[in-house]
Design a protein around this ligand. Structure first.
Ligand code: M6R
Length: 369
C-alpha cells in the first residue's frame, strides 16, 4: 500500500503533482474561466461578501495564511486568518456578509469544527475546504470545495497542504471573477499558471537528491531557523512545523523583516538557516531586502540554505547551499517552495532514526480540544 516507498510520507510527497492536478480537474472551463458550481453559495451572495475569515489548525492554518495574500490581492475583500482554537473562544465580529472558510484535511478537527459552529451561530456563511468526503466539517458547512488529494496517511501533512493551497487560490480567483474586481488579464494569466503548477511540482521533485544529502549532514544539529517574506513567510512556518513534528528538532519560522527586531540575536556560527527567497520578478523590493538579510546572517556565521528561483543569480554569492525552484508568479510560489522543505524534514527524521509516518505524541486527526 506504500507503493514501493519506505514511508507513506514519501509516497504522498511523490503524489503531489497528481494531487494538484486532480484539485484543478474540471474546475477550469474551456474559456479559461473558473466554474465552481459545486460551491452552492449563489454568486449573488458571494458578490456581497464584505469579509473573509479563515479558520484552521496546523498546516491547514499555514495554507490559510497564504490564502490571505491571494484573496486580498485578487478580490480586495479584507481577509483575516485565525487559529481555530483561538477564534472559537473570542468574540469575533461576523455577520451575514462574512464568508468563513474552514480548512481541514481530515474534516474532523475538533477546534475547526467548533470554530465553524461558532461562526454559523452568528449568521456567517461557512465554506469548507476539505479532503475527506462526507466528514463532519463539510457536512456542517454551507458549502464545500473538496481538495481531491486522495487519502493522506502520514501524520505530517504534505499533499493535503498543496491541494489546500490550490483550493484557496480557486476560491480567491473565483471571488475575483464573480465580483469583477481586478478580473481580467491578471486573473486569466494566473489561472493559466495554476494549470501548469503540477508540472512544476514534478520538476522540483526530480531535483531533490541534493536536499536529502544536505539534510543528512545536519542530523546532529539542535536548531534550524526558517526565514521568508510575503507568502514565503507562511512557507517558512510550514518548513519549521514539518521539522518539529518529524525530526523533533527546535525549528522556528520568522518573517525576515522581523530579524532585526529580535531573532537575529539567535544567529551563531554554523546555525543552519533556511531562507525562502521571493520571486525576483515584479517584487524586486522584497527580493533585495531578503538578499541583505541573507548577507547579514551569513556575516554572523550562519550556514545559509537558500531556496530561490532558477535564474535568480543575486543570491548565489551568499548561499552556502542553493535549492532551485522553477519560476512561478509570486502568489503561487508556495506550491513549489514548500516541497523541498517537506523532503528536508522527512530526510532529517529518517537520519535521526525517527518514525516518519507516526511521529511521537501526534495523531493524524485531532478530535479533541
Ligand atoms: O485535518 P486537519 O487539516 O484539520 O488537521 C490540522 C492539523 O492538525 C494538521 O495540519 C497538523 O498540523 C499536521 N500534523 C501538520 O503536518
Amino acid at each position: 500500500e506504500k507503493g514501493g516507498y519506505d514511508y507513506f510520507m514519501l509516497k504522498e510527497i511523490a503524489e503531489q503533482p497528481k494531487a494538484v492536478a486532480d484539485t484543478l480537474l474540471g474546475r477550469i472551463d474551456a474559456a479559461g474561466a473558473l466554474s465552481l458550481d459545486e460551491l452552492r453559495i449563489p454568486d449573488a451572495e458571494l458578490r456581497e461578501t464584505d469579509k473573509v475569515v479563515i479558520v484552521a489548525c496546523g498546516t491547514a492554518f499555514h495554507a490559510g495564511l497564504i490564502a490571505k495574500y491571494a484573496i486580498e490581492h485578487w478580490t480586495r475583500i479584507p481577509c483575516e486568518v485565525e487559529l481555530a482554537s483561538e477564534f472559537r473562544y473570542r468574540d469575533p465580529i461576523l455577520g451575514a456578509r462574512t464568508l468563513v472558510v474552514a480548512i481541514s484535511q481530515s474534516g474532523e478537527t475538533m477546534d475547526t469544527l467548533m470554530a465553524l459552529r461558532h461562526a454559523r451561530e452568528q449568521g456567517a456563511k461557512v465554506l469548507a475546504i476539505c479532503n475527506t468526503n462526507g466528514s463532519t466539517i463539510p457536512r456542517e458547512s454551507d458549502a464545500v470545495l473538496y481538495t481531491h488529494a486522495g487519502p493522506e496517511v502520514a501524520v505530517a501533512s504534505t499533499k493535503a497542504f498543496l491541494t489546500q493551497l490550490v483550493a484557496c487560490y480557486l476560491v480567491a480567483l473565483y471571488l475575483g471573477q464573480v465580483r469583477g474586481t481586478k478580473w481580467g488579464d491578471e486573473i486569466h494569466a494566473v489561472i493559466r499558471e495554476l494549470a501548469r503548477s503540477a508540472e512544476k511540482v514534478e520538476r522540483v521533485l526530480e531535483t531533490m537528491e541534493p536536499v536529502r544529502a544536505l539534510a543528512r549532514t545536519l542530523a546532529d544539529k539542535n536548531t534550524v531557523l526558517f526565514l521568508g517574506r510575503h507568502v514565503g513567510y507562511p512557507v517558512a512556518l510550514e518548513g519549521a512545523l514539518k521539522l518539529k513534528e518529524l525530526a523533533y528538532m527546535h525549528a522556528e519560522g520568522f518573517a525576515a523583516g522581523e530579524l532585526k527586531h529580535g531573532p537575529i540575536a539567535l544567529i551563531e556560527q554554523d546555525l543552519p538557516v533556511v531562507v525562502v527567497a521571493p520571486s525576483p520578478r515584479g517584487r524586486s523590493v522584497l527580493h533585495d531586502k531578503i538578499v541583505s538579510n541573507i548577507q547579514e546572517i551569513r556575516a554572523r556565521g550562519a550556514r545559509t540554505i537558500v531556496i530561490a528561483e532558477e535564474g535568480d543569480e543575486t543570491v548565489v554569492p551568499y548561499a552556502d547551499h542553493l535549492i532551485r525552484i522553477p519560476e512561478t508568479p509570486t502568489l503561487l510560489q508556495p506550491l513549489v517552495a514548500t516541497v523541498p522543505l517537506q523532503v528536508f524534514a522527512c530526510e532529517l527524521a529518517t537520519a535521526r532514526g525517527n518514525e516518519v509516518d507516526q511521529p511521537r505524541n501526534l495523531a493524524k486527526s485531532v478530535t479533541v480540544e
